[in-house]
Design a protein around this ligand. Sequence first.
Ligand code: DSN
Length: 415
Amino acid sequence: MSNLRDVDPEVWALVQQEEVRQTSKIRLIPSENYVSRAVLEATGSVFTNKYSEGYAGNRYYEGQQNVDVLETLAQNRAKELFGARYVNVQPYSGSPANQAVCHALLEPGDTLMGLDLRHGGHLTHGWKVNFSARYYRSVPYHVNTANGLLDYDALEALAKEHRPKLIICGATAYSRIIDFPRIAEIARSVGAYSLADIAHISGLIIAGEHPSPVGITDVISTTTHKSLRGPRGAMIMTNSEELAKKIDRAVFPGLQGGPHNNTTAAIAVALKEAATPEFREYGRQIVRNAKTLADALVKKGYNLISGGTDNHLILIDLTNKGISGKIAARALDLGGIETNYNTIPDDPRRANDPSGLRIGTPAVTTRGMKEAEMRQIAEWMDLIIRNHDDETLLDSTRNEIASFCEAFPAPGITM
Ligand code: DSN
């Protein structure tokens, strides 16, 4: 990065510091990862210089000789990997992708249903301050708070009562398998479209660790930067030609201008990487690691929502430990472990200082950590949470973790 260093030493220094931060910490935020050097190079390529409103073969700017090939390549790789007939790779990220699906399938004021944000859903699944509840009528569904599992019977009853036009499934804080066929069937029975937002689990679906919604729900959206391990971007997939046309029109010109071609390049690279046996093994190890970490935490008296995990993610209710999610997350970060605080279903505390802590294993698995390391991480997490106000202990643990991390190089970071 010598050019960056010469032109803008301030930004260069921040990049260096971020590289150190990302390599010297145990990163457990379940939506984050480390991309390869190849993905970073594509993201930083000259495709950033080009405008390409439209779609391959039908653009509003000339000079698309390479962009058209690139975007078609990314689409074809996604089609092959996920088994989908139509793929749009232009959404800028997950929220714009979900916005585009709503724009394609709904009229303002139509009813949509999604998992309540406080029960593990996403902002764009109908949370009250989001476009998805401001421009549409949002009827949230929930998990059963007794067992932390999606309550499909209650969802069905709500759908029959409210007759939504769209049912969204998928989550940001749900650690169990989602029954896509059941949700698609409920949607069909009330004349609604179904959307599976697989942002968190797309890498696990490729690895065969979670059933795929392709061919089951009408539409699938995903970000490309979580377990899929690509750049910050998104894709929308469907097997219906009619819906694909609506979605394309909703993305451009409905919501967006020119696609970020440098991101498209990096998505294509990430999809190529994800089509390998190594990636499938990576996805399997993510789940083995999450289950091992969950078991170790349970043995230490931690209360996990739903009792454990089937995927990459663990949601901890810290109530019995007498500490809030925010205080625990802050102490863990100071102690060298990056997590995020999160609401638990029916959380009696506020969202900015909730009872829960959300962790996941995609990033640590990318670094090559396995079951033994997960057990060690559980030891450190427990030590830090029990001693969260002991600054000396937090400092020494952070140093110990930084040394531990040296044995697990972070892909993409060459320091
Ligand atoms: N912000 C993402 C997450 O952390 O789950 C969802 O888009």
